[in-house]
Every structure is written in structure tokens, then in C-alpha cells.
Design a protein around this ligand. Structure first.
Ligand SMILES: CC(C)(COP(=O)(O)OP(=O)(O)OC[C@H]1O[C@@H](n2cnc3c(N)ncnc32)[C@H](O)[C@@H]1OP(=O)(O)O)[C@@H](O)C(=O)NCCC(=O)NCCS
Length: 169
């Protein structure tokens, strides 16, 4: 099995659109805002997401820019990862640097762990040395995925585990 990470492009097409329709709109705090869009709206969303990746400061005075990636396994897209370029106080409490999801039928095959590893490499290339992920206590798969990538639980509240990952590992 060959896995590849690709950055979102305004030229992405039906394979990505179809994958995004299979990932729920909101799952454990991961928001897939392309879910349920028609194909024309999806293209506008790609352009907006591509602009966000190129932004340097806050968008519209509040939104932290992020870069979106796809995980491909043997040429088929199986997952989405979003990497925020920096954190605000609000994101330090809820959101963190990284959100990701694997299509439901491909979960439990190791793709989530591979995707997170690849996103950590991207974070390092972006100059982020320590990545924060905030994980709901009931999200056992996400917590395992983070710990398998060297994550350390720094603190836990009833709402979240706060896991820090060193991108140089
Ligand atoms: C979290 C998520 C990305 C993990 O993807 P995945 O491809 O299933 O992850 P992996 O196959 O690499 O599994 C990682 C670990 O979690 C375990 N795991 C997978 N599903 C599990 C579940 N439902 N309950 C408990 N553990 C689970 C795996 O067994 C593996 O541990 P192991 O290697 O010790 O066996 C995926 O479940 C998902 O898309 N969830 C919905 C969105 C989400 O919650 N995103 C994270 C919050 S931003």
C-alpha cells in the first residue's frame, strides 16, 4: 500500500468531492463544511480553502489560516487533514492545530495514524515545532492515533484531552 499526502488544489475534482460527501459534516468536533454541497459550491469552497492556505495573518480579523491536505492510498483519496498555521487563545482551548478524518469505510486500517504523521511533517516544514491537538474524551481512535505518533497528554478536562506532539520526532 502506498500512501501520499497532497495539498488541496483548486483543480481537485470528483474523487475528492465524492470522498467529502462520505465524511460526516460534524464528527467529534471535526467539521467537514464541504459535506452536502453541490459540485459548483464545492469549487467555490476549493478556491476559498486555497486562499486560506496562502494567507499570512488572520482572515477577516478572526479566522486563523489553514492548509488542507488529502491522504491518498494506492491512488484513492481516503482522508482529509487541516493544519492551522498558528493558534489563538480560543484554539488553545478548543481546536488545536490539526483536524483530520478518514472516510468511515477505511477506518481502522492505519490511515489515520499515517495521515497525522504526514501532517506533523508539514507542520515542521511550516516552522511549527510543537503541535497541539484537542481530543474529546470519548474519541478513543483519535487519542490512540495521537499517542502512536508520540503525543503526550499535557492536561485533561471533562471536555478535552490536550495532546502535544513534537514535530521533530
Ligand atoms: C480519528 C480517525 C481519523 C482515526 O482514523 P483511523 O484510520 O481509524 O485510525 P487508525 O486506523 O490509524 O487507528 C488508530 C488507533 O485507533 C484504534 N481505533 C480505531 N478505531 C477505534 C475505535 N472506534 N475505538 C477505539 N480505538 C479505535 C486503532 O485500533 C488504532 O490503534 P492500534 O494501532 O493500537 O490498534 C477516524 O476515526 C475518524 O475519521 N474519526 C472521525 C473524525 C475525528 O474524530 N477526527 C478527529 C478529531 S479532529
Amino acid at each position: 500500500m502506498t500512501c501520499t499526502l497532497k495539498q488541496l488544489s483548486p483543480c481537485d475534482g470528483h474523487d475528492i468531492y465524492d470522498m467529502l460527501q462520505r465524511i460526516p459534516a460534524d464528527e467529534n468536533g471535526f467539521i467537514n463544511d464541504a459535506h452536502g454541497m453541490d459540485y459548483a459550491a464545492f469549487h467555490a469552497w476549493l478556491l476559498k480553502s486555497d486562499r486560506s492556505a496562502k494567507q499570512t495573518g488572520l482572515e477577516n480579523g478572526w479566522r486563523v489560516p489553514s492548509t488542507t491536505f488529502w491522504l491518498y492510498a494506492d491512488g484513492r483519496p481516503v482522508g482529509i487533514g487541516k493544519l492551522r498555521h498558528f493558534l489563538t487563545d480560543a484554539l488553545r482551548e478548543n481546536g488545536g492545530h490539526i483536524g483530520c478524518a478518514i472516510v468511515p469505510e477505511e477506518r481502522g486500517k492505519g490511515y489515520g495514524t499515517i495521515l497525522l504523521r504526514a501532517l506533523l511533517d508539514c507542520a515542521r516544514e511550516m516552522g511549527i515545532n510543537r503541535v497541539l491537538v484537542t481530543i474529546r474524551p470519548e474519541n478513543a481512535a483519535s487519542l490512540k492515533m495521537a499517542l502512536k505518533n508520540g503525543g503526550v497528554i499535557k492536561r485533561s478536562t471533562p471536555a478535552h484531552h490536550y495532546v502535544v506532539l513534537d514535530t521533530s520526532r
